[in-house]
Each structure stands twice: as C-alpha cells, then as structure tokens.
Design a binder for this molecule. Structure first.
Ligand SMILES: [Zn+2]
Length: 364
C-alpha cells in the first residue's frame, strides 16, 4: 500500500506545491499494483472544519487524484488509540525533567537544547528569541517534566529503503538520535488523549495511521510518501509500525519541498482554475518542478523562469488548441509523462528501474 501521512487541510489557501505528495503517490499507484491511501489530519488542536475537509477532497480531485482511498484520522481514532496503548505497553517510558521553552497558550514545550535541531513549525526565532506561532507570545523557560518513550531494538532491525538515496545519511542520523534519546510523547496540557493519566502528544496518535491502514488491508508492503519537511514524522510512523509488529517491506519516498515564486496566494488552486488551469496543467507545473536532487525546489523551474504571465499564456494556448484540431491533452499528458519519468528515474535506482516495463520500481 502507498500512503501519505495525514495532511492538514488548509482551506482555499493551500498552494499547488502542497499537492505534490499526493500527486507523486498517485503516480506511483498508476505504475504499480499497490493501492493508495491519502490521509487527512483532523485530530488535534487546530482541527479543520467540515467545509475544509470537503474542499480538500475537491482539490484532490482537481489535481487528478481520484483512485485513492481518502480518509481522516478521526474516522480511525479508536483504532489509533488502541495502537498507542499497545505501543506504550511494549516500550520503556519515563518522565524526564528538562528545561523547556514554554508559551502562554501552552502550545510550546521544547527542551532548550533541542530547539536548534527542530524545523520551526510551531515557533519562530527572532534575534535569538523564541516566539509561538499561535499566541504570538515570546516563550519563557521553565523546568518541565516530559513523558518520553524509547523504541525497542527490534524497531531499528529492518531499515526502510530510502528513495532518493541522498536522504540516507540524514535518516541514519535521525534514527541514531531517536534510538539514544527516545521521543517525547507527553504534553503538559490537555490534548484529549490520555495514557495512565498523562496527556499524549497528538502526533503519536496520528503517526500510527500508516500502520493501521496496512494492518487493515493485511498488506505486506508499505510505501510512505512524505515531503522532506516531515522526514522525522515519516520515520517515526515507520518505527511505530515496526514496534506494532509490521514486518514487511517499507519504502520511504521523500519528495522535494516546493517553493512558490512570488506570493503564495496566487498559487492556490482556485486562482489557477480561474486562469484556466486544470488537472493536466497543474500536474505539468508540478512535474516541471521535480528537482529531486534539491531539497527545496522552486515551483515549475522551467515555466517560472519566464514568469507568471507566461503561465496564463500557457493556459490560454492549451484552451485555444482545444478548440482546434490539435490534441493538447495528449500533448501535455505526454510532456507530463516524460518529465515525471525523468524525475522518477532520479529517485528509483536508475540502473534497475525500467520505466517501460515498470519493473524494479522498489528494488534496491
Ligand atoms: Zn503559544
């Protein structure tokens, strides 16, 4: 099974690059016999509205992902909670006291020594000071007791295969760090998830989702597609699946993170649709941005060189040729096909991957 980590619906502001992960997962589905599950994140402090979830499904359709099982972590929450209880009954855990950055609203709880290793998602740093992204307040320091768990050795036994290989060293470092220090799974604020009177971090709950899906389907192979900005979360999902006893093949596919030239707002699907873009041109822009050798690819390196106005022109040309005898869909589809093939060749073992016969896709 091919799966994504739960994606948080962003309403109408989600830019095109946000959809790269499900699009790549969908392309892999087309080229293999695996099924695809696209997961939506709904549990946690900032749960999306019903309208946002509906829009997510519509936009997924707009970028051509139609043959996926789309489901929310909320639908499976009882099973996910059971998974977490099983994990915590199997691993060593303890309360560890450390000096942390905390904020007024309670979102931040970051050990001081870890802050420089973290990607700033819940906080931002300005002139050496840490600020919360939710309440906007400057973090203060305080001594906190944190509930941590340590993975069993068996979780590290069978390493996942990493595509592209260039991420292997980073994964190895992360794995070493997690093996030594364990991970913090508790929060000192109510999260809605309790384990022996401790509030559990919601991340731990949703990170068992890939395991749950594969377990339900009784599948033997997990192909997890993540962007490099959530590499650690992807790796944790894998280690949790191993701890829960999944013994099959695991592949971790790491996509570039897409940057958007100019203001992000103009890259939302609604705007692109207004300009006449559709599934083919949206996928075209993503396909052209696939700089797999780069961690951060700028959207549509080819097209963006000539700017946004050119994109409008491109969309118009496609619309015009639709009215003529040419077959623009076929044309764009072919370009997409070729570009993606080139892109995928950089990711999946170029010596063994035979695109024409689709063999060797996941072999090492
Ligand atoms: Zn805060």
């Amino acid at each position: 099974m091919i799966a994504t980590l739960p994606m948080t619906p962003k309403g109408s502001s989600a830019p095109l690059g946000y959809w790269l992960t499900p699009v790549i997962a969908d392309i892999l589905r087309e080229r293999s016999s695996d099924s695809l599950a696209v997961c939506i994140g709904t549990i946690g402090a900032k749960s999306p509205s019903v309208a946002d979830i509906l829009l997510f499904r519509e936009e997924l359709d707009f970028v051509g992902v139609r043959k996926a099982k789309v489901l929310t972590d909320g639908e499976l929450v009882a099973s996910l909670e059971r998974n977490v209880a099983t994990i915590l009954s199997r691993v060593e855990s303890s309360d560890i006291v450390s000096e942390c950055y905390v904020c007024e609203c309670g979102l931040l709880e970051i050990p001081i020594e870890q802050v420089r290793f973290l990607k700033p998602k819940t906080f931002h740093i300005e002139n050496g000071k840490v600020f919360c992204v939710v309440c906007g307040g400057e973090a203060t320091t305080s001594t906190q007791s944190r509930f941590c768990m340590f993975f069993p050795e068996s979780a590290f036994g069978k390493s996942p295969q990493i595509h592209p290989r260039s991420y292997s060293a980073e994964i190895r470092d992360l794995m070493g760090q997690i093996r030594r220090n364990g991970i913090c799974v508790g929060k000192n604020r109510p999260t809605g998830f309790l384990y022996s009177e401790r509030n559990l971090d919601v991340e731990l709950v949703w990170q068992t989702m890939p395991y749950e899906l594969i377990h339900q389907e009784n599948d033997k192979r997990l192909v997890l597609v993540v962007s490099n900005h959530v590499l650690k979360q992807g790796l944790l999902a894998i280690l949790l699946a191993r701890t829960l006893g999944f013994n099959g093949e695991i592949h971790l596919i790491v996509t570039p993170y897409i940057n958007h030239p100019g203001t992000v707002g103009k890259w939302c699907l609604e705007k692109l649709a207004e300009l006449g873009h559709d599934e083919l041109t949206a996928r075209f822009m993503l396909a052209n941005s696939l700089g797999w050798s780069l961690k951060d690819a700028t959207l549509s390196t080819v097209v963006s060189e000539v700017g946004y106005r050119r994109l409008r022109l491109f969309a118009r040309r496609v619309a015009e040729s639709r009215r003529s005898t040419d077959n623009p869909e076929k044309l764009v589809e072919d370009i997409n096909h070729q570009t993606l093939t080139l892109g995928l060749k950089h990711v999946f073992n170029p010596d063994k991957f035979d695109y024409a016969r689709l063999s060797g896709l996941y072999s090492s």
